[in-house]
Write a protein that binds this ligand. Structure first.
Ligand code: FAD
Ligand code: SIN
Length: 526
């Protein structure tokens, strides 16, 4: 089957949905999502979306906080642009029906998170992501120019390579004609041709066995663009969220928002000793890389499986009112957050790097844009400031929409694309080969490419991954495609990129910490 459209949007989180709503005024949109439209990292966002709203906050402070968190690797022009454009795009979300909490005087209730010098995080209690996701899904479902296809899995983007031409990463004339898409109901791979393609497939958390990310986050977009010879960058900067709920066996790990620490909760070891001030004068609200590393260090010293978050000194009614989701979740496990310590551990949370894009979200492949967590814009540098990713997604969705609308009339749909060749493939005899390799990849990455790294660990990870890569490629060549097999292949590709880039960075910076190049300085040398 061949399908043609003006805009092909791959992914239904905040990035894909907001882009689709903007371009749908100018052409036909096909939006695909690999499970249902609602499922995404966006849906699980808790703390909120960062932007300058009221004095005493100002753009300069938000810019400085972002640059400091990014540890010298942010692109300052991009930071300034995103900070300045975020308020208007948040207003756009509000116009689309997103409801952010307000206080008694009718002003937005602004939360505070690690690394922010002011309260600047708009939120909907502690379920901000769900509020955004459901509001945008509702708009998209009711838009006459948007065709939604759930249970459709993008396998690869289509370029000149599929016409038998040589495509190289160093070339700047690679063009994207759409994508091959696996219909998960029929197991058939169909050809989707588009004038413009947007990759908004989100993050990569499932590379690790402890992650806050739902199952969909398997780095598909990054792997597709890497295979298509687009440029990928900054992959060594994986953000571990310091505080996910310690509840062994639960996947994904339930997040305990940083906004709770912004509200006054304090990190302690299990014997109730405060420890963060030893590492950073900002204590429990230091930037994430520092807090996650400090927790990792304390767990290693004490031999305990977790640390604790103490809220017992906070006003119980206000606490439950601000954090109903966390309160309910903990209650279901017998934890009363107004009295009992919450056991927490770090968990893989966010990919700072990804598909290299310009100021309009355009990738290094023509007619291909990347927006949201899948992209590397230069905003986050070596460590993302909390709640900056939702702002980045809406600012870049708007820019990519404008840029692609401007170019739309210059592009024609390519009609000579061959259909997917499934000749000679069969269903894999044993799914265990796929599920076992998936777990092994997670173990390799968790054990050797986690919060603290070393040359030896990275080298070992690369060797182990190479074996699984070979096995998986052999299986892929002869198999009728399945979602699990494609996801495994993508995770291996992404894991490889992380290890390679981590090996190439001969220093500790932001989220990349290696004992072979310890960071000199007052607070980070632990
Ligand atoms: P996603 O929302 O992840 O959407 C990706 C979409 O792509 C999904 O629909 C998925 O099904 C689809 N997809 C993936 N692969 C394919 C494929 N091959 N084919 C078809 N479809 C595909 N950030 C903040 O700024 N503030 C917060 O408070 C915050 N809290 C967070 C809490 C949690 C628990 C998590 C996990 C993240 C949080 N983040 C937060 C990060 C933020 O939520 C994400 O970075 C952001 O939502 C990503 O949006 P996105 O649109 O890029 O991707
Ligand atoms: C949180 O609520 O702590 C997550 C915020 C983020 O990841 O930006």
């Amino acid at each position: 089957m061949i399908k043609e459209t003006d805009f092909l949007v791959i992914g239904s989180g905040i990035a894909g949905l907001s882009f689709a709503l903007k371009v749908a005024e100018h052409g036909k949109v096909v939006l695909i999502s690999k499970t249902n439209l609602e499922e995404s990292n966006t849906k699980y966002a808790q703390g909120g979306i960062a932007a300058v709203t009221y004095k005493p906050d100002n753009f300069e402070k938000h810019v400085q906080d972002t640059l400091i968190a990014g540890d010298g690797l942010c692109n300052k022009e991009v930071v300034e642009m995103v900070v300045r454009e975020a308020p208007a795009q948040i207003q756009q979300l509000i116009d689309w029906g997103v409801d952010f909490d307000q206080n008694e005087s009718g002003k937005y209730d602004l939360g505070k998170e690690g690394g922010h010098s002011e309260n600047r995080v708009l939120h909907s209690k502690d379920k901000t992501g769900e509020e955004i996701q459901l509001s945008l899904v509702d708009k998209v479902k009711n838009h006459k120019n948007i065709e939604v296809l759930e249970n459709h899995f993008a396998v690869d983007i289509i370029t000149q390579h599929h016409l038998g031409k040589l495509v190289k990463r160093s070339h700047n004339n690679t063009e994207c004609y759409g994508a091959y898409v696996l219909d998960l109901k029929t197991d058939k791979v169909n050809t989707f041709l588009a004038k413009t393609t947007l990759i908004s497939t989100g993050g990569t958390g499932n590379l690790y066995d402890t992650t806050t990310n739902p199952k969909i986050a398997t780095g598909d977009g990054i792997a597709m663009v890497y295979r298509a010879k687009g440029i990928i960058e900054n992959m060594e900067f994986i953000q571990f969220h310091p505080t996910s709920l310690y509840n062994p066996g639960e996947k994904p790990s339930f997040l305990i928002t940083e906004a709770l620490r912004g509200f006054g909760a304090i990190l302690k070891t299990t014997d109730s000793s405060e420890f963060m001030k030893k590492y950073d004068k900002r204590g429990s609200l230091a930037p994430r890389d520092i807090v996650a590393r400090a927790i990792d260090h304390e767990m290693k010293i004490t031999g305990n499986d977790h640390v604790i978050l103490d809220c017992s000194h906070l006003d119980p009614e206000k606490l439950k009112d601000h954090f109903p989701n966390i309160s309910e979740k903990c209650k279901s496990l017998g934890i009363d957050i107004t009295k009992d310590p919450i056991p927490v551990i770090p968990a893989a949370h966010y990919m700072c790097g990804g598909i290299k894009v310009d100021e309009n979200g355009a990738s290094t492949i023509n007619q291909l844009y990347a927006v949201g967590e899948v992209s590397s814009t230069g905003l986050h540098g070596a460590n993302r400031l909390a709640s900056n990713s939702l702002s980045e997604a809406v600012v870049y969705a708007n820019r990519a929409a404008k840029d692609s609308i401007r170019r739309l009339n210059q592009i024609r749909i390519h009609s000579q694309i061959p259909e997917w060749d499934a000749h000679g493939t069969t269903y894999p005899e044993e799914m265990i080969m796929i599920t076992q390799n998936y777990k092994e990849v997670q173990q390799i990455m968790s054990n050797y490419v986690g919060i603290v790294r070393s040359n030896l660990r990275l080298e070992r990870a690369l060797k182990r991954l190479a074996i699984i890569y070979k096995e998986t490629e052999e299986l892929y060549e002869k198999s009728i495609l399945s979602q699990k097999l494609c996801e495994l292949r993508n995770l291996i590709n992404v894991g490889y990129l992380i290890i390679k880039m981590a090996k190439d960075l001969h220093e500790s910076r932001g989220l990349h910490y290696t004992i072979d190049y310890p960071k000199k300085g007052l607070i980070s040398e632990f």
